[in-house]
Design a protein. Sequence first.
Length: 231
Amino acid sequence: MRSGEIKDNYERFLESVNNVCVRIGRSADDIKVVAVSKTFPCSDIEILYELGHRDFGENKVQELRYKKDVLKSLDIKWHLIGHLQTNKVKHVIDFVSLVHSVDRKNLVDEIKKRADAVARNIKVLVQVNTSGELSKSGVNPENTREFCSQIAETQNIELCGLMTIAKLDGDKNEIRKNFSDLKTLFDSIKSNQPEMEILSMGMTSDYEIAIEEGSTMIRAGSAIFGNRNYN
């Protein structure tokens, strides 16, 4: 049964997170898990919801809107974790709980414009490109402090922290450096922006390293739902 599979995966994953935390002297309560439900059906989300999970992440606005409408009776916190085009902001502004991928000024301007129109405070993370990969979105680490300062001064946008994706084909040392660099940057910026609480880094393949390096939010999909079928 699908429900049994998801339940087993979920419990195993949470146990693994807890084991990492115990090993390094952290509390698992400090780690928020965002279940990445992209490509998985609404029925899978309902199963995990019944197990008590509330935070779900989607990459694409169209899929996010569809699932939000189908599951509107559920008290779900929806996270947009993928690249956000400015012309798509209007489609999520009235319900999204956290935007993980803010990385450019025109996107900030559009979020502010749409947030003002609906009188809603939008929580965001700044995506930082710590791996230096040209194919990847994100602010250059050297420009992140100034970018965060601009956001912090913008009405109806709440800067909650930073996000990064480690080098996709990196070895453990490269991945660890990507995460430790973000933690160093986070600590430095937080001294001037104390409201920042979220350090979103780590996915199914590298969450253990991310937790070791100080992550407070991990984005896990296949660890919970199983392997994706993109066909």
